[in-house]
Design a protein around this ligand. Sequence first.
Ligand code: NAD
Ligand code: IPM
Ligand code: MN
Length: 350
Amino acid sequence: MPRVAVIPGDGIGLEVMREAVRVLEAVESRFSPGCELVHWDLGADRFLRDGITITDEEFASLSNDHDAILLGALGDPRVPGNQHARDILLGLRFRLDLYVNYRPAVLLDPALSPLKAPGDIRLDIFRENTEGVYVNLGGTFKEGTDRETAIQEDLNTFTGVERICRAAFEHAVKRGRSRVTLVDKANAMPAAGRLWRRVFALVASDFPDIDTDAMYVDAMAMDLVRRPTRYEVIVTGNLFGDILSDLAAELVGGLGAAASANVHPGRHALFEPVHGSAPDIAGQGVANPLGAIASAALMLDHLGHAEAAQAVEEAVVAAVDGGVRTADMGGDRSTEQVGTWIADRVLSGG
Ligand code: NAD
Ligand code: IPM
Ligand code: MN
C-alpha cells in the first residue's frame, strides 16, 4: 500500500493541494490504488510558530517511510529570504538526490497560448536538479560594504551531467520522441559547456536513433517563442531549466497548469506544480489547481497506476475543454469548483 506524504506548504499551495487530494480521493473510490495520504505540516506557519523548517528525523521519515511526496508550494513574504523554502524544497531535492526534474509542457487549448499560431507544442524539459548554481557554494565577502563581493559557484560533475542526459534520452526512446536538445551557455561558461557537450555526445552515442542538437539558452528562450514545435526533449542545467520551464508553461496555457516530477529513478520521487505560492492571489480561492492535479497524475503513473493517472489527465483536459476554468485561464470558476468538477469526472468515469 503506497504511502504518500502530502506537503501543502504555503500560500496557494494549501488551496491547490486541497483539490489534488480531493481528486486522489476520487481516484481511490474508483480505482482503489490503496494510497495512504499522510499530511505533513511543513511551511512558513510552522517555521514562524516553532522556528523549525524541517528536522533530520522528518527527512529520514520522508525518505524511508513514504513512496512519494506530493508538494504544493513553499514561499512566504513573512519569512525573509525564504529560508524555510530552501531548507524544505531544495533540501528534499538535494538530500533525496532527486536529480531528474521532469517538466512537461503540452498545449491544452491554442486559445490559451499567448502565441498567435502555437501549433502542437509538446515539450519535455529535463532539468538537472542537484547541481548548478543551486548548490550554494561560494559566499559573501565584505558584506554590507561598498566592496561587497558575492560568489555563487556553478557546480557541474560528470556524474551529474551524465545521469540527467541519460534520463532525457531514455525518456525520448520510451515516449517515441525523435530529438533531444541540449541547452547551455557554453560560449560564456566554457568549463561547464565543455563538460556538458562532451558528456551529452557520449550519452547520445548510446542512442543512435535519436537526433541531437545544442542551443545557447538565450537563443532557446527566443526560439521557444518563435517556433516551439521544433523542440521535443530539452535537457539542461538547474537554473536554465527553472527559467525555461516557466516560459514553456506560459506558452501552453499558463503556469497554473504546469506539473513536474522530481525523481531519483528507482528510489525517491516528489511531485509538485511548477508554480510557487503566489502571495498575490493567495487566500482568494482563485488559484488554478490544474498544475497540482496534473502533478498528482504524474505521481499515480509513477506508483504504477497508469489507468488512474490517465483518468485524471483526461478529466483535466475535459475541464479545460468544457470551460471549467479559473480566472488565469479566462474562466470564472473557483479553485474548489474546478477541483470538485475534476473529482466528480474521475469518479463517474467520464
Ligand atoms: P509564482 O509561481 O508563485 O507566481 C508567479 C505568477 O503566476 C503570479 O502572478 C501568480 O499569481 C501566478 N500564478 C502562479 N501559480 C498560479 C496558479 N496556480 N493559478 C493562478 N495564477 C498563478 O512565482 P513568484 O511570485 O515568483 O513566487 C512566489 C513565492 O513562491 C516565492 O517565495 C518563490 O520563491 C516561491 N516559489 C516556490 C516554488 C515551489 O515551491 N516549487 C516554485 C516557484 C516559486
Ligand atoms: C521551482 C522554484 C524553485 C526553484 C525555487 C522556489 C527555489 O522556482 O521549483 O521552479 O528555483 O527550483
Ligand atoms: Mn521555478
